[in-house]
Ligand binder design. Structure first.
Ligand code: FAD
Length: 391
């Protein structure tokens, strides 16, 4: 290592967290602080070299109460998300897709029998979930989806395609949204891994979140028994109940990513010397580091406020969208500054910063692109929806 990386420690040895400049820890309850510490220690020790032992952390299921789930507050779940993302964004996405999309949909829209049947093993990560809304021709315009659900004796037949679905290539259960052929409304279904007619193919060559397997799903006359239709999904609006929480969680991924990048840069500037002095001694470098730190403080405050608004039952869709879009934008800027600070090593994934660049791009785009989330907020503050152009 010392030959390949003179004057710098590579990413597998994670530096201590130094980005809490405004003492955000003080804003957390003692229980939230303890959870944060527990997750931080585990991901630094275990996830930085290899992702293991996540099941034992008891974080899957996040805010869900009962059924073996941890019943965390939204704030505590956000802290967990950031701690995972600080060391490995893919790891946090894997958990978010499984927990804040898959499990949460069962919890919010499933029957009591479905919750008892599926949630306990999902909470232990003994089984894995994914969440399929997006289709090849319906991304931002997801409500227009074309996958159909036809009622037959004893169940439903699903027909169509999904794209980009995280965890779908190995998930044990796939939450699939489809248009009910009779009502033309969106319904939700729990599809089992080995259902005949179901095929999930890994999308190759992603530049970010490379550990997360995103898949193209083909549904060819896939039979789903009545007992696996989610009774709480009867329109597209029902997916919003889930997205409202998951968007807050996604907003915490860039916060965690930039915290990790800041820590890497902070250590690097103190370790590497040029012109006979540590890089940290140059004023321009300090200015960039301070700008990164300032961004993190602002992102954290916005994310924290979103959690508290949600917990108080006051958060609006526009607030969640603004948080997700603005925080992702600031994170892009923050990581770009970090990349500059590392010079040539800023383009090597060994120092986390280049990896963070790639990881932020899909986060900027999924759960509503920056533009779509901006338009959600724009609609809320003006009363005018501008999603559909007049052509
Ligand atoms: P498009 O909708 O084609 O958009 C292309 C561009 O046009 C974007 O810049 C967009 O902002 C802009 N645009 C589109 N419409 C408008 C408009 N009305 N006004 C202004 N600008 C507009 N989906 C799932 O269901 N489950 C998952 O697990 C999942 N995981 C994902 C993981 C990754 C790594 C990625 C990349 C995507 C994932 N997605 C998932 C899909 C994701 O939600 C979509 O990619 C996203 O909604 C954008 O859709 P699109 O890619 O089709 O882009």
């Amino acid at each position: 290592v010392s030959v390949a990386f003179p004057q710098a420690t590579p990413v597998s040895v994670f530096p201590p967290c130094t980005s809490d400049f405004y003492h955000f820890d003080d804003l957390l309850t003692p229980a939230e602080q303890a959870l944060r510490l527990r997750v931080r220690e585990c991901v630094e020790r275990e996830v930085a070299p290899i992702m293991t032992k996540l099941g034992a952390l008891n974080i899957a299921g996040g805010t869900i109460k009962g059924y073996g789930c941890p019943g965390l507050s939204v704030t505590a779940n956000a802290i967990v998300t950031a701690e995972l993302a600080r060391v490995d964004a893919s790891c946090s996405t894997f958990i978010l897709v499984h927990s804040s999309l898959g499990m949460l949909t069962i919890s919010l829209c499933g029957s009591e029998i479905q919750k008892q049947k599926y949630l306990p093993s999902l909470a232990k990560l003994n089984t894995i979930a994914c969440w399929g809304l997006t289709e090849p021709d319906y991304g931002s315009d997801a409500s227009g989806l074309r996958t159909t659900a036809t009622k037959v004796d004893g169940g439903w037949v699903l027909e169509g395609q999904k794209r980009w679905i995280g965890n779908s290539t190995f998930a044990d259960i796939l939450i699939i949204f489809a248009k009910n052929k009779d009502t033309n409304q969106i319904n939700g279904f729990i599809v089992k891994k080995n259902a005949p007619g179901l095929q999930a193919t890994k999308i190759e060559n992603k530049i970010g979140l490379r550990m997360v397997q995103n898949g193209d799903i083909l549904l060819q006359k896939v039979f789903v028994p009545d007992e696996d239709r989610l009774p709480g999904v009867n329109s597209f609006q029902d997916t919003s109940k889930v997205l409202a929480v998951s968007r807050v969680m996604v907003a915490w991924q860039p916060i965690g990513i930039t915290m990790g990048v800041y820590d890497m840069c902070h250590r690097y500037l103190l370790e590497r010397k040029q012109f006979g002095a540590p890089l940290a001694a140059f004023q321009i470098n300090q200015q960039k580091l301070v700008q990164m730190l300032a961004n993190i403080q602002a992102m954290f405050l916005m994310g924290w406020r979103l959690c508290k608004l949600y917990e108080a039952g006051k958060m609006t869709p526009g607030q969640a969208s603004l948080g997700k879009s603005w925080i992702s934008l600031r994170a892009r800027e923050t990581v770009a500054l970090g990349r500059e600070l590392l010079g040539g090593n800023g383009i090597l994934s060994d120092f986390l910063v280049a990896k963070a660049f790639g990881d932020l791009e899909p986060i900027y785009t999924y759960e509503g692109t920056y533009d779509i989330n901006t338009l959600v907020t724009g609609r809320e503050i003006t009363g005018i929806a501008s999603f559909k152009p007049v052509v």
